[in-house]
Write a protein that binds this ligand. Structure first.
Ligand SMILES: N[C@@H](CCC(=O)N[C@@H](CSC=O)C(=O)NCC(=O)O)C(=O)O
Length: 282
């Protein structure tokens, strides 16, 4: 049984409550932070749980402050859990040098390279340690678990679900980095965290994983057409092609004129929470 995490602050919201927490993570070898929205239904019975993985530069606060998700989590009776995007202040040389690598940019991988591997284990943290801690300490139905995310976090959500169809009942993404092996952000992160052998990168690339994945439940992706990162970094067309090859059900919606921001996420957040509610709340 994991110790109850330290409550940093708490705020009532739509009849439920948002809590910001910190705890000592065995997986990431030091303090990690996360936030939780408990819907009003959680006061009387355990509820399904939906993890949101945030993008580059984010903390556990961005989604809670900007997405407007709480009113829909309250409507459908789903708990939201938002981990931070990386370990912080670990004293690793260069950890704060770039906004797209290191602090705020853990890329949801388990690093294998010497400099990073004792702390940057975000895949195992998100898939194993955090869900176990949540199941031990919050009123959730752990077998009813979904995952979604934005950009780097959209990549993370797709990877977690495709690799663990027995754990995740639903997945969706906003503007995910859909083929990280083929884009500059992904190549920078993978070469530093995972090393030069590109074979090991395939375990963290949704467009590769989907070719042999057993997930097969419907995936929802929203992508803005005016997204400043679309052509160079996100590559949803590569994931769409791989899904078609693999027979993976995918709804990829191009939203005319929307950019990469949380204004885009807030616009379509109800559709995503409903997508998860259909899978988790039946
Ligand atoms: N610092 C960068 C922009 C960084 C950025 O746009 N981050 C996105 C995620 S990008 C992919 O993972 C984000 O979610 N930002 C947080 C927010 O609250 O908007 C720059 O200055 O260009």
């Amino acid at each position: 049984m994991s110790a109850f995490p330290k409550l940093v602050s708490e705020h009532l919201c739509f009849g439920g409550k948002i809590g910001f927490y910190r705890h000592v993570s065995d997986t990431c070898n030091g303090e990690m932070r996360f936030s939780v929205y408990q819907p009003p239904q959680a006061k009387s019975a355990p509820v399904p749980v939906l993890y949101f993985l945030s993008g580059l530069t984010c903390t556990e606060e961005n989604f809670m402050g900007k997405s407007g998700a709480q009113q829909f989590a309250a409507k459908y009776g789903i708990m939201l859990v938002v981990p931070d995007t990386s370990p912080r202040n670990r004293g690793i040389e260069g950890e704060d040098k770039d906004w797209d690598f290191g602090t705020g940019a853990g890329f949801y991988v388990d690093a294998t390279q010497e400099k990073w591997r004792s702390h940057y284990q975000m895949y195992s943290y998100v898939v194993r340690e955090l869900p176990a801690l949540i199941a031990d300490n919050f009123p959730v139905q752990p077998e009813k678990m979904g995952i979604f995310g934005h950009s780097m976090g959209g990549h993370g959500a797709l990877v977690c679900a495709l690799r663990n169809p027995e754990l995740y009942k639903s997945v969706s993404a906003f503007a995910p980095i859909a083929a990280p092996m083929r884009c500059p952000w992904g190549q920078k992160a993978f070469s530093n965290y995972l090393g030069a052998d590109k074979e090991s990168w395939r375990d963290y690339d949704a467009s590769e994983l989907v070719l042999s994945a057993k997930f097969k439940r419907p995936i929802l992706i929203d992508q803005g057409t005016a997204d400043q990162f679309l052509a160079e970094q996100l590559l949803p067309e590569a994931f769409e092609k791989a899904c078609a090859e693999a027979g993976q059900p995918l709804t990829l919606r191009y939203q005319e004129g929307y950019n990469h921001s949380y204004y885009f996420i807030a616009t379509f957040i109800e559709d995503h929470i409903r997508h998860h509610a259909i899978a988790l709340c039946s």
